[in-house]
Design a protein around this ligand. Structure first.
Ligand SMILES: [Fe+2]
Length: 262
């Protein structure tokens, strides 16, 4: 599906392209480094997911290329707008595809592989996947969505535990860090749905949105990683405890347990 030398060329280009984003501003550098590290980790996660699904090497190479390019738009997004909030700037997935096209990166590969990369990158960050799409497109899109979420869990938990000891406005999407939790956020999770971004008003809402991602996880391997790495417990530690949050936490935990038991 994708040859190893083609993946290597993509990796070389990714390195050269991302090295162009430099600044004397430490906040800028920190966010660029954060996104390159995230990409590296998502590549590792997707290889594990793809292997757990029994894919062959060509298919694993293709999945890795999707992971490598899924956030390629983040660099230019941060460069232009100093934010990772798509609603305050532009859709980083579409921006990424434009960058790949402008740089003629996907020109010489198998057209089917090209279409799958474009589809998966474009759909890695939409609220829900389209119901009607070819099964192969959905299959790869589901893998990148799972791999991406696995590494975002790691990244935000590290941040919420304040390992670096500093605030990062870009990671918090500029949301107020108060004790408030919006009722709509609670009702979305109670309905077994991913929290709608328009209902997110505070940093706590955003943390609960991340908890609600469990309703958008696709593969058994991913559920197992979430459980084995204690992502839920650690995420919940950073959220204020009350009857409402405890209830939705246990709802999300039961959902996870259910998925693992099938
Ligand atoms: Fe990502």
């Amino acid at each position: 599906m994708l040859k190893f030398f083609e993946l290597e060329l993509f990796q070389q280009w990714f390195f050269e392209y991302t090295s162009r984003f430099t600044s004397i501003d430490p906040e800028y550098t920190r966010n660029i480094v954060l996104k390159t590290a995230h990409t590296k980790n998502v590549c590792k996660e997707i290889i594990d997911i793809a292997s757990s699904l029994g894919l062959n090497q060509g298919e694993i190479n293709l999945a890795t290329a999707i992971a490598l390019f899924h956030d390629i738009g983040r660099f230019e997004q941060y460069n232009r707008y100093q934010t990772f909030a798509d609603h305050k700037s532009e859709n980083h997935a579409a921006l990424g595809i434009n960058i790949l096209k402008e740089n003629l990166i996907l020109e010489n590969i198998d057209p089917e592989a090209r279409d799958l990369i474009i589809y998966s990158v474009l759909h890695h960050n939409c609220a829900v996947l389209p119901l009607k799409a070819p099964e192969k497109e959905l299959f790869y899109a589901r893998m990148i969505r799972d791999a991406d979420k696995l590494d975002i869990f790691r990244l935000v938990i590290d941040y919420y535990q304040n390992k670096e000891g500093t605030q990062n406005v870009a990671l918090e999407l500029g949301l107020p860090n108060n004790n408030e939790i919006s009722d709509f956020v609670i009702s979305d999770i109670k309905a077994g749905e991913i929290v709608k971004i328009q209902n997110v008003k505070t940093l706590n809402d955003f943390k609960l949105l991340q908890l609600s991602w469990i309703y958008d996880i696709n593969y058994h391997w991913t559920f197992k990683c979430i459980k084995d790495r204690n992502y839920f417990e650690e995420l919940f530690e950073s959220i204020p405890k009350n009857d409402k949050t405890t209830e939705i936490y246990s709802l999300a935990c039961s959902y996870l347990e259910n998925k693992l038991s099938v």
